[in-house]
Design a protein around this ligand. Sequence first.
Ligand SMILES: *Cc1c(COP(=O)(O)O)cnc(C)c1O
Length: 402
Amino acid sequence: MQMRVSSKSVADLAIRGGAPAFREALHVGRPNLGNREDFLRRVNQMLDRNWLSNDGPFVQDFEARIAERLGVRHCAVFTNGTVALELLILAMGLHGEVIVPSFTFIATAHAVLRQGLVPVFCDVDPSTACLDPAQVERRITPRTSAILGVHCWGRACPVDTLAEIASRHRLALLYDASHAFGNSCGGRMIGGFGRAEVFSFHCTKFLQSFEGGAVVTDDDELDAKLRLIRNFGFNGVDNVVSIGTNGKMTEVAAAMGITSLESADEVVAVNTRNRRLYEDALKDVPGISLFRSDVGEQQNHQYLVALVAPSESGLSRDLLVDVLHAENVLARRYFHPGCHRMEPYRTMDPAAGRFLPQTERLSSAVIVLPTGPQLQPDDIALIGDILSLAVDNAGLLSSAPS
Ligand SMILES: *Cc1c(COP(=O)(O)O)cnc(C)c1O
């Protein structure tokens, strides 16, 4: 059914657009649906009890399960991860400048700006793709109120060093843990670091609830404040005690979240197997390497990240992505370009790139490849063959008119 590629065919396919190696597109971030019968049973339960939103039984159950799994006192779920992050920034009373990586999904920066604060972009450590503590110190000014780290692709930030810096400069510390559900750092679950951490349960994320997000924290007061804000500031019936908005997760979303959570261990097992297969498939391909994972830590391996070194592969990252797309392997360039090159940040500070050499380098080198239960071992071998043949035919591909 799936054709084997020959060195002639890969050049042929990529350049002239013949039949792709995969008949059906392989996407990055296909939803982990969990058991369909379990989900539908929950939907029926929800309809039978006619409780569709407003802190319903599924939302409470989802929150309790997350808090227990992560070993934190509180979990509050929200409409989505971006709203969760915005409302956390509001509840923490941050002001002035917040230090964030530019190498992240744009929502990290947008959440800061939409709360009236200035995101100050900081470079990342190329070995972790997370905030580089030495650079963080350099970006602190008298206006800085917080450091917002991102556990990029699920790898933990240097949490101890960042905690030390935050405490020495009296700054708040919080994390965007959108990629890192179920991962650990030094044997402790991500979710327990900083004053609070935010997860996204968007359907492309490891744990998904169609759309959804959460703030987890050990801080009782902060959790109570967040619960007020997500429900218009209502404290009981007819009693509004603070500013608020509508950030509530629906019951059907929580039902999906619970169902997805129940299959989390299976998905980790498949993703871990896939990672090993990719390591095998790519080990002899010059110039393409897998991004290092945290050995000895729990990892969801939701992001299968490869780095391209054109000096060795003979091919640019973008050309390799084009070759993969021609074969129906819909690889992504997460994150490209950095936030500082997107609006409105580019206009706010056109020269921000001078502080961000590692961000520039990483964002031009990454390819995120498909993984998850959609992939069979043969598929990964075939993707390895495609990449290997592309590199073997680098000269031919690079000189082809696009
Ligand atoms: C997905 C994501 C978000 C936003 O989450 P949504 O649930 O889509 O709003 C924020 N930050 C990072 C790093 C993300 O990957």
